[in-house]
Design a protein around this ligand. Structure first.
Ligand code: PEP
Ligand code: MG
Length: 608
């Protein structure tokens, strides 16, 4: 909704009211995001002869940017991209000279043979992006036939990396032609559709805020933005046509509001709230981290952290969590130009464990597919992204992905306990198969004389409704379970969590959904199988109140949510909410949101 400000000092700014998807205030220049998916749409792949010249120019420009980028890596080892490449180089025992590898990258990027092949493809009627893919596909089998020689394997992966980098330059030049800006300038992304991997492609130092046309709390992009700790405002239907690239924007995530060309006075007024992400301490005003998550009648609730970025793990203690209940391992995968190999993954998981120190971590295996696209696994893109090839389905189609990940986790946890959680399980047999894979990998490590984890705990996420009918059979294969309420809710109601056009119609506090959760909780309790809930509803005080009343004693959520949920718990009498929820589950009413609000008001429970 657009409002022209009437107060004299505000008249030049325009204000749009949406919905807060993450708190904080940020100022920056507008960058209108165009989905790479759209840029890559099949209709663009074939071009007419009159577009050949244009595509050749686009290719030349992208190659120039690629050369410049790699030249920079050669001369400046201080950038994070360079250090990522350096890590890769350091882990490669065949190469002892990192400069030599970077020089090889440069030679590949400048290779006239490659350039000619790309140009020929464009002249034959492909657009530039398709030319890169087709050229890679013709070169791949040639290098793969020399697979026995590690040298050629390494060249193949370098070449895939270079091709992906070139594609990114082609896409950037196509989608953001007029958005010239200095790399260090603060930017606010304005997007109709944006996936989490696309958001992570933006420079993290420049990225200050996000404005979305859609408004879903449980969308993966909102979850990743929360990890990045940037303010997010959603639900602004016409915002793309109201903003021009380069406009000055102020995003007020606290109020769910966006200002275009904000007046100086307004900026000054919000100055002390402007986000300075790096090193910003978590807001502990709700409950300091040392306070226990204990109800007034002494019931302890275990609060855990949801993490995805390596740095998230640093917040365990400051947020007042007792460990990481969900580490989304796909997020580091999304931030890389290519699939990390076993050595790179082992290095990453070790770093996460080191940062966590004494605190336990639940590593969720790769949950890709759907909106979580890995740019280098485009072949996994699906026609039906939410219900088709996601997570366990992807990894069962390509078991090597899961095997390598398990191998890396086992190596990283040698000599200590390893906790693994499987997403999107639909059948017990999937857990059984994964358990066998884990056992096989452990045996393999033992045979090699390597140390293995002291214990492996395997858990499954309850996200697909079919699993809720198989709990008795599932119990003997798992050490614990965790409800992924974001997915369970969308599959239960057949709505798409990324495009919540029906979100007003269905509510996680509907009795239908709560009864399902109650049945899961009761079955786990009887079978003594530890249960947690790690979807976004755990981090909202009112929803957390309902969950505790249903008997959930372990909740996992974002760092920012923990002090607020803890405050609610510390003002609550467990027995009262437990009796209340037992009672209410028998009611005929559809939804308990309002009656829970009344309960909180009548019993002095703090909800903010
Ligand atoms: C969930 O579905 O509730 C969950 C925690 O997993 P994700 O949000 O990563 O799909
Ligand atoms: Mg999920």
């Amino acid at each position: 909704m657009m409002r022209e400000n009437t107060e004299s000092w505000r008249t030049i700014s325009r204000q749009f009211d949406g919905i807060s998807l993450n708190m904080g205030v940020a100022l920056g220049q507008a960058v209108l995001h165009q989905s790479t998916e759209m840029a890559l749409s099949p209709s663009d792949k074939k071009i007419n002869s009159d577009r050949v010249e244009e595509e050749l120019n686009r290719l030349d420009q992208a190659l120039e940017h690629l050369n410049y980028e790699i030249q920079n890596l050669v001369t400046n080892n201080k950038t994070s991209e360079s250090s990522r490449l350096q890590t890769k180089i350091a882990s490669n025992k065949n190469k002892n000279d990192s400069a030599e590898i970077l020089e090889i990258y440069l030679l590949l990027a400048k290779d006239p043979g490659w350039k000619n092949k790309l140009r020929d493809k464009i002249k034959s009627g492909c657009d530039a992006l398709e030319a890169v893919d087709q050229t890679l596909n013709t070169i791949r089998p040639k290098l793969a036939s020399k697979e026995s020689q590690p040298h050629w394997q390494e060249r193949m992966s370098d070449f895939e990396d270079i091709s992906n980098r070139l594609k990114r330059h082609l896409i950037t030049s196509e989608t953001q032609p007029q958005q010239n800006r200095k790399a260090s300038e603060p930017i606010i992304i304005v997007a109709d559709r944006i996936g989490p991997a696309e958001l992570l492609e933006y420079d993290r130092n420049s990225l200050k805020g996000l404005i979305l046309v859609e408004q879903s709390h449980t969308s993966h992009v909102a979850i990743v933005a929360r990890s990045l700790d940037i303010p997010v405002v959603g639900g602004l239907k016409n915002i793309m046509s109201e903003i021009t690239p380069g406009d000055s924007l102020l995003v007020d995530g606290n109020e769910g509001r966006v200002y275009v060309s904000p007046a100086t006075e307004l900026v000054e007024q919000l100055d002390d709230k402007l986000v300075e992400r790096k090193g910003r301490p978590l807001d502990q005003s709700a409950t300091p981290s040392f306070e226990l998550a204990e109800t007034l009648d002494g019931v302890h609730i275990t609060l855990l952290l949801n993490a995805g970025l390596v740095e998230d793990v640093d917040h365990i203690e400051s947020a007042g969590a007792e460990g990481v209940g969900l580490y989304r391992t796909e997020i580091p995968f999304m931030m890389r130009p290519k699939l990390p190999n076993v050595a790179e993954q082992t290095h990453l998981y070790k770093e996460i464990l080191n940062r966590a120190g004494k605190y336990p971590i639940v590593f969720r295996t790769l949950d890709v597919g759907g909106d979580k696209v890995l740019p280098y696994l485009e072949r996994l893109k699906s026609e039906m992204p939410i219900v088709d090839r996601r997570s366990s389905r992807v990894v069962f189609d390509r078991p090597i992905l899961l095997r390598y990940q398990l191998r890396a986790l086992i190596r990283a946890c040698a000599g200590r306990e390893l906790t693994i959680m499987l997403p999107m399980v639909a059948e017990v047999s999937e857990v059984k198969a994964t358990r066998e894979l884990v056992e096989g990998e452990i045996e393999r490590e033992r045979e090699k004389g390597n140390m293995v984890p002291t214990q492996v705990r395997l858990g499954a996420m309850i996200e697909v409704p079919s699993l809720t009918w198989q709990l008795p059979q599932l119990f003997s294969y798992v050490n614990f379970l965790s409800v992924g309420s974001n997915d369970l809710f969308q599959f239960f109601y057949a709505i798409d969590r990324e495009y919540p056009r029906l979100s007003d119609r269905y509510d996680a506090l509907s009795l239908t959904f709560l009864r399902l959760l109650k049945s899961i909780q009761e079955q786990c309790q009887v079978a003594h199988v530890p249960l947690s809930l790690c979807g976004e509803m755990a981090g909202r005080p009112l929803e957390a109140l309902a969950l505790i009343g249903l008997g959930f004693k372990t909740l996992s959520m974002s760092a920012a949510a923990i002090p607020h949920v803890k405050k609610m718990i510390r003002s609550l009498t467990y027995q009262q909410i437990s009796d209340y929820m037992t009672n209410v589950c028998g009611f005929a009413q559809a939804n308990v949101r309002q009656s829970l609000l009344n309960f909180a008001r009548d019993h002095g429970v703090c909800l903010n």
